[in-house]
Write a protein that binds this ligand. Structure first.
Ligand code: SAM
Length: 223
C-alpha cells in the first residue's frame, strides 16, 4: 500500500522509515511512503505556509493554498488530518487503514489548519491521544509503524498480530522468558508445566483481570 505524508518536516521521517519493521515493509515492497514537502508549495517568494488568525488570538494558522495544492490531486486517497480534536486512533483505525490501497496523512503545525482545508480536503480527523504535541509527525510515524506490521508478510508470524492487545477487547497477558528465576522473582509455575490447556486458561484469566483493573472502559465494552 501507499502512504502519502504531508509535512513541513520530511527529514523527521528518516529515522522511523529506516528502522526495523517499517524499513522491512518498505524494502519488501509492501509499503511505499511518499513524503510531500509543504514548503515546496508555500506561497510567494518566502514560501509562506502560515498566517495570522482571523478574529485575533495567539499563534498562526496553516494556510489553505499550500495544503490544497497537495491534497486536491490526492482526492482518490483516504485523507487523514492528525489533530487533538479528532477521533482517537485505535487498533481498529489501523486495521481499516492497512486494508486500503492509499492513505494520506496530513501533519499539522502551529495552531492548526484553516477549517476550510478540513471541510474541502479531509476525510477523517484522528487524534493520537488527549495531549497536545507540536505537530502531527509523531502521530503519522506511529500510524505508519502500526500499519506496517499489519501488512501481509511483514511480521514473520501473523499470529502475533492476531493475538495481541485490543484484538478481542482485552489487553495482552504478562509474558516471560529465561531465566525462570531472577533475583527472587519466579515465572508463574503454570507456564513451566507444559499443560497447554492450563496455560491458555491462565492467560485468558490474566487478560480479563488486567483489562478489568487497568481499562474498565474496554472491559465493559467487551462484555
Ligand atoms: N491548537 C491546537 C489544539 O488546541 O487542538 C493544537 C495545535 S498543535 C500545537 C499543532 C499540530 O500538532 C496540530 O495541528 C496537529 O496536527 C498536531 N497534533 C498535536 N497534538 C496532536 C494529537 N494529540 N493528535 C494528533 N495530532 C496532534
Amino acid at each position: 500500500m501507499r502512504v502519502n505524508v504531508v509535512t513541513m518536516f520530511p527529514g523527521f521521517f528518516e529515522g522511523p522509515l529506516d528502522t526495523s519493521i517499517v524499513a522491512r515493509a518498505v524494502a519488501g515492497g509492501q509499503l511505499d511512503v511518499v513524503l510531500h514537502d509543504l514548503r515546496e508549495h508555500g506561497v510567494g517568494k518566502h514560501r509562506q505556509l502560515d498566517d495570522t488568525p482571523f478574529g485575533g488570538g495567539p499563534g498562526m494558522v496553516m494556510m489553505i493554498e499550500p495544503l490544497a495544492s497537495i491534497l486536491a490531486p490526492l482526492e482518490s486517497t483516504h485523507r487523514v488530518l492528525f489533530t487533538p480534536a479528532g477521533e482517537p486512533m485505535k487498533q481498529a483505525t489501523l486495521d481499516d487503514w492497512s486494508g486500503r490501497d492509499d492513505v494520506t496523512f496530513v501533519c499539522g503545525r502551529y495552531e492548526g489548519v484553516d477549517q476550510r482545508v478540513i471541510d474541502l480536503f479531509v476525510d477523517q480527523e484522528v487524534s493520537l491521544g488527549d495531549y497536545v504535541l507540536a505537530g502531527g509527525e509523531v502521530a503519522a510515524a506511529a500510524a505508519i509503524e502500526g500499519i506496517a506490521r499489519l501488512l501481509p508478510g511483514v511480521v514473520g508470524n501473523p499470529d502475533s498480530t492476531r493475538s495481541e492487545s485490543f484484538r478481542d477487547g482485552l489487553l495482552e497477558e504478562p509474558v516471560y522468558t529465561r531465566p525462570s528465576t531472577y533475583l527472587d522473582q519466579e515465572v508463574p509455575e503454570v507456564l513451566l508445566s507444559g499443560d497447554h490447556g492450563r496455560i491458555e486458561e491462565w492467560r485468558q484469566t490474566q487478560r480479563e483481570e488486567r483489562t478489568r483493573e487497568r481499562r474498565p472502559d474496554l472491559f465493559e465494552n467487551g462484555q
